[in-house]
Design a protein around this ligand. Structure first.
Ligand code: KG4
Ligand code: ZN
Length: 333
């Protein structure tokens, strides 16, 4: 089975061709264009600009993917239907609808967050259920208990900023370019993570929620004092975020008794977070498998959408190409 994946929910335009045979996946095409350089001029993603870029990029990208104009060889079309920016989402959704309708192919609507979770499903070793997912991206910070394919329970979430958003905002305070996550982690490599004792918000709140806006304020105050280098502040901030994420995730592991731990989303590219979470898990619950996406699949991409789409298709969850509507607030659980 060949799945065409389409992703346009934010500022990456992506098309993937994924082949599946008896649960074994092979990525045939993984095309991705990031609009980061354009949005960096504005300090963040501008929805209308993102949509126009998607329009300009998607059609040439479809052609470049080598797909035959009559859709020959494609068995399923999977598209991100939400959550995300409405104008951006609509470009991919409308393209997918037209293709599905013209080619008479089944269409599957994928939740973008579900896509991030399925970014770890391409490998040979698959997570066991129940799996706990720490989903950390620019728009989301959630702990999700995945009981089976397509069955999600929200265990905890951020009450204000998402982890990636915190990285981006702190980068701005430190006058580092957008997106801030990679910049902060690069600066942090040369800094002392114990230089500033930043707060670990909600660590003992008794639930699995997060809050990062207070931490951001603490960084702003520290920057104003001009006592520490950018590298030290970056390292100390990253340490506070990683500490909070790892501690709460481990608490949620104990509470849920999950059989696997999945780390995904754009922030899963953070090396300190990846290695700290894996080593902490290995130390305390060595029998539980740790899964994090290949570094080419941590950010937004269409391979993860095709992966999630494959499972949804097998579950018989196709949608009508004439009535599918992008949903910016689509929820997982
Ligand atoms: O998943 P993603 O590509 O887009 C959304 O769905 O939001 O995540 C983007 C976020 C940005 O906030 C970016 O700063 C963050 O992921 N990010 C990182 C790293 N690489 C990307 N955050 C921390 N460390 C990184 N190495
Ligand atoms: Zn994303």
């Amino acid at each position: 089975m060949m799945i065409l994946g389409i992703e346009s929910s934010c500022d990456e335009t992506a098309i993937a061709l994924l082949q599946e045979q008896d649960g074994v996946f092979e990525v045939k095409k993984n095309l991705l264009t990031s609009q980061v350089a354009i949005h960096a001029l504005y300090g963040g993603v501008v929805p209308e600009v993102a949509a126009r870029e998607h329009v300009d990029i998607l059609f040439p990208m479809l052609k470049a993917s080598g797909i035959s104009p009559d859709g020959e060889g494609i068995d399923v079309i999977a598209v991100t239907a939400g959550p995300g920016l409405v104008p951006a989402l609509r470009v991919g959704v409308e393209l997918a609808k037209v293709l599905a309708w013209l080619w008479h192919k089944p269409l599957v609507a994928v939740n973008h967050l579900e896509g991030h979770i399925y970014s770890v499903w391409g490998g040979e070793k698959k997570p066991m259920f129940p799996a706990l997912c720490l989903l950390v991206s620019g728009g989301h910070t959630e702990l999700i208990l995945m009981k089976d394919h397509g069955q999600y329970e929200l265990i905890g979430m951020t009450r204000d900023d998402a982890a990636g958003e915190a990285f981006d905002k702190v980068a701005k305070l430190l006058e580092l370019p957008y997106p801030g996550g990679p910049e902060i982690s690069k600066a942090a490599e040369k800094g002392n993570p114990t230089a500033v004792d930043f707060p670990r918000p909600m660590l003992n709140s008794g639930d699995f929620d997060f809050s990062f806006s207070g931490l951001k304020t603490a960084v702003r105050n520290e920057v104003a004092l001009q006592q520490h280098s950018v590298e030290d502040i970056a390292a100390s901030f990253q340490e506070a975020v990683v500490d909070t994420l790892v501690t709460k995730t481990m608490k949620a592991m104990a509470y849920t008794g999950a059989q696997s731990l999945i780390l995904s989303g754009g922030v899963s590219a953070n090396k300190t977070l990846r290695s700290r979470l894996e080593s902490t898990l290995q130390k305390h619950i060595p029998e539980v498998g740790f899964f994090a996406p290949d570094l080419t699949l941590t950010g937004d991409n269409a391979v993860m959408i095709a992966l999630a789409g494959a499972y949804r298709f097998h579950a018989g969850e196709t949608v009508d190409p004439l009535t599918l509507v992008a949903n910016p607030n689509q929820r997982l659980a």
